[in-house]
Write a protein that binds this ligand. Structure first.
Ligand code: FMN
Length: 207
């Protein structure tokens, strides 16, 4: 058994904010020595709804080559970071639908004892960043997962200010889909912390 931490980054994004956070986390986790899989949850929305929003349609096309997650990605992983935009203060249906495919693995005990963490974005400053992450973490309790929130474990957390997970205020307009340095720093810190804690919990291979 390898001592290299395996991290699955499993997220949904309509207009690209979540993709930017996931890519930032992936880079930080790889720099911290992890093996990383980035997976974007498949669309559920009808094509007409996607096409009605040019930003959504463009991001959907731009990420067509990002593989969708399967339960095997969770079996493989030592640590999982989930990401979802805020949808009425909750996670997106796309991510929830993926969660609901995991029942056989859950029944087999295959989701327990892993490290989990989460990120989100919301279109307003107080529009549900924390409630979305807490809703996501409800599911992790059922997995028997080990939730590793960032807390205020680094000075960057006093800047972005969300101890539950990285979250970005995704302002509607030309910059939608991009993130700023505050979010980038929080994302890097969260990914590094998840890798470090997963490594500490991982059984050491025989030498
Ligand atoms: C159906 C729907 C519900 C939303 N609900 C909220 C909400 O409750 N609070 C909020 O601040 N933004 C809300 N938004 C805005 C999204 O959270 C925002 O566009 C998202 O964070 C962008 O992430 P993405 O670029 O990764 O798709 C909602 C957007 C949609 C389409």
């Amino acid at each position: 058994m390898s001592n290299v931490v395996k991290l699955a980054l499993i997220y949904y994004s309509s207009t690209g904010t979540g993709t930017e956070i996931a890519r930032t986390m992936a880079g930080a986790a790889e720099a911290a020595g992890a093996e990383v899989r980035v997976r974007k949850v498949a669309e559920l929305a009808p094509q007409a709804a996607i096409d009605s929003n040019p930003l959504w349609a463009a991001h959907d096309a731009a990420t067509a080559d990002v593989p969708a997650p399967t339960p095997e990605d969770l079996s493989w992983a030592d640590a999982v970071i989930f990401g979802s935009p805020t949808r009425f203060g909750n996670i997106a249906a796309q991510l929830k639908q993926f969660f609901d495919t995991l029942s056989p693995l859950w029944q087999a005990g295959g989701l327990a004892d892993k490290v989990y963490s989460g990120f989100t974005s919301a279109g307003t400053r107080q529009g549900g960043h924390e409630s979305t992450l807490l809703a996501m973490y409800n599911t992790i309790h059922h997995f028997g997962g080990i939730i590793v929130p960032p807390g205020y474990t680094d000075p960057v957390k006093f800047v972005d200010g969300n101890p539950y997970g990285t979250s970005h205020h995704a302002v509607w307009g030309p910059d939608l889909g991009s993130i700023d340095d505050d979010t980038r720093n929080a994302a890097r810190h969260q990914a590094e912390r998840v890798v470090r804690i997963a490594r500490a919990l991982k059984p050491k291979s025989a030498t």
